[in-house]
Ligand binder design. Structure first.
Ligand SMILES: NC(=O)c1ccc[n+]([C@@H]2O[C@H](COP(=O)([O-])OP(=O)(O)OC[C@H]3O[C@@H](n4cnc5c(N)ncnc54)[C@H](O)[C@@H]3O)[C@@H](O)[C@H]2O)c1
Length: 346
C-alpha cells in the first residue's frame, strides 16, 4: 500500500486538528472532507489543500473509497457513521465517546467483527508518553496487587458549546460523564489491564450550567439552546477481585481544577499528572520518584497509529470491545444516578 488515503467526517474543532495531523503524517494523505455545514468543510479544505468537499458522508465514502475515515461529528452520529463506513470496507478512527450509549456501541462492535476492518477509538490519553510509561511499570508488576484507582477531571469553567449539541442530552448522551469520562475511566481501567466491571453507583448534579454559568472555551455556543445534562458526575465502580474505581468529572464546579489518575497497589502507587511512582525503599522510607517523560503530541501519535494499523505495521491499541466496556460503565453510572441505587454491569 502506498499512502493511506484518509477522509474526514466533521470539520469542527477536533476535526480540524485531526486534518492538520493527517497532513503531517508521513504515510498518509488527506483526500476529502465532509461537513453538513459546507462552509466549514470548504474553509478547512482551503487550509489543507483538499478540493474534494462533501456534505454527505455516505456520498463521500461511496465516491472516494478512502482507506480510512476519521469520525469527528457529534456523539449521536458516531455509531451510524462508523457502521456505514465499516460496511463499505472503510477503516475507522472514531472520536470518543465511542457512542451515545452502550447499545449504539454494540452495533459498532458487531460491524467491526462482521466487516473485519480497523475500528480505532480516539482514546487520546493512552497515547501520551506518561500513560505509556505508567502502563509499562504496571505491567512489570511494580505496584504489586492493584486494589483501587481514582480518576479526576474537574473543571471550574469548562462547559463546552452552551446550548449546542454538547449540552443537549439527545445529541450528546449527557454532560461531563460521557464527554470527559471516556478519557478518564478508560485511562484508569486500561492502566490496570481492563478487569471486568461488575457494578456501579453513581451521582449526577446539574447546578451551574442551569444558571448559564461555568461556560468554557471549547465548542460553539448556541445561545438559547438547551442545557439538559449534568455538570458534575461521580461514580464508584466495582470490578472483579474487588478492585474499585472512583471517578469524578465536572464541566463546572467551584473547586480546585484537577486532571489526574491514581492507581493504588500494595507495593507502590502511581500518579498520572504529574507522572510519578510512590514507593517504599529498602530502609522502609516512602519516596516519590518523578518520571520525566519525553513529550509527544498524543493527537499526532493517534493519527500515526491509525495509519500504521491500516498498513499492518502496528497492532491496534484501542480494542473496540474495551470501548464498549467503558460505555457500559458510563451507562451504569447514569442509570444508578437516576434510580438512586447500585446498578449491575453485564
Ligand atoms: N479526543 C479528544 O480529546 C476530543 C476533543 C474534543 C472533541 N472530541 C469529540 O469529537 C467529536 C466532535 O467534537 P467537536 O468539539 O469537534 O464538535 P464540533 O461541534 O466543533 O464539530 C462537529 C462537526 O460535525 C459537523 N456535523 C454534524 N453533523 C454532521 C453530519 N451528519 N455529517 C457531517 N458533519 C456533521 C458539524 O457541522 C461540526 O462542524 C465529539 O464526539 C467530541 O466528544 C474528542
Amino acid at each position: 500500500m502506498e499512502k493511506v488515503r484518509i477522509a474526514l467526517v466533521g470539520a469542527g474543532s477536533i476535526g480540524r486538528i485531526h486534518a492538520r495531523n493527517v497532513k503531517v503524517t508521513k504515510d498518509a494523505e488527506l483526500v476529502a472532507i465532509c461537513d453538513i455545514k459546507e462552509e466549514r468543510a470548504k474553509s478547512l479544505g482551503e487550509e489543507t489543500k483538499v478540493s474534494k468537499i462533501y456534505t454527505s458522508y455516505e456520498e463521500m465514502i461511496d465516491k472516494e473509497q478512502p482507506d480510512g475515515i476519521v469520525v469527528a461529528v457529534p456523539n449521536y452520529l458516531h455509531s451510524s457513521v462508523t457502521v456505514y463506513a465499516l460496511s463499505k470496507g472503510t477503516n475507522v478512527l472514531c472520536e470518543k465517546p465511542m457512542a451515545i450509549n452502550s447499545k449504539e456501541a454494540e452495533k459498532m462492535v458487531e460491524a467491526y467483527r462482521k466487516y473485519k476492518k480497523v475500528l480505532m477509538l480516539g482514546m487520546t490519553q493512552r497515547f501520551t508518553s506518561e500513560a505509556q510509561v505508567l502502563k509499562r511499570l504496571i505491567e512489570q508488576g511494580e505496584l504489586g496487587e492493584i486494589y483501587f484507582s481514582k480518576a479526576d477531571l474537574l473543571r471550574r469553567l469548562g462547559i463546552p458549546g452552551m446550548g449546542s449539541w454538547f449540552t443537549t442530552k439527545k445529541y450528546s448522551g449527557g454532560g461531563p460523564l460521557i464527554d470527559l469520562g471516556p478519557h478518564m475511566i478508560d485511562l484508569a481501567t486500561w492502566l490496570i489491564g481492563f478487569p471486568k466491571p461488575k457494578s456501579a453507583k453513581g451521582y449526577t448534579f446539574s447546578k451551574i450550567g442551569v444558571q448559564n454559568k461555568g461556560l468554557g472555551g471549547w465548542g460553539i455556543p448556541e445561545p438559547g439552546g438547551p442545557f439538559d445534562v449534568e455538570d458534575l458526575a461521580v461514580g464508584l465502580v466495582e470490578f472483579e477481585k474487588g478492585i474499585t474505581l472512583y471517578v469524578q468529572v465536572s464541566w463546572a464546579t467551584y473547586t480546585d481544577e484537577t486532571f489526574n489518575v491514581n492507581i493504588f497497589g500494595n507495593k507502590a502507587g502511581v500518579s498520572y499528572n504529574p507522572p510519578k511512582i510512590i514507593t517504599e525503599i529498602e530502609d522502609g522510607n516512602i519516596v516519590e520518584k518523578n518520571l520525566v517523560c519525553q513529550h509527544v503530541d498524543p493527537y499526532k501519535r493517534e493519527i500515526e497509529h491509525f495509519v500504521n494499523v491500516i498498513k499492518g505495521k502496528e497492532a491496534l491499541l484501542t480494542a473496540p470491545e474495551e470501548g464498549l466496556t467503558i460505555m457500559k460503565i458510563i451507562d451504569a453510572i447514569y442509570a444508578s444516578a437516576e434510580k438512586n441505587k447500585e446498578v449491575k454491569i453485564e
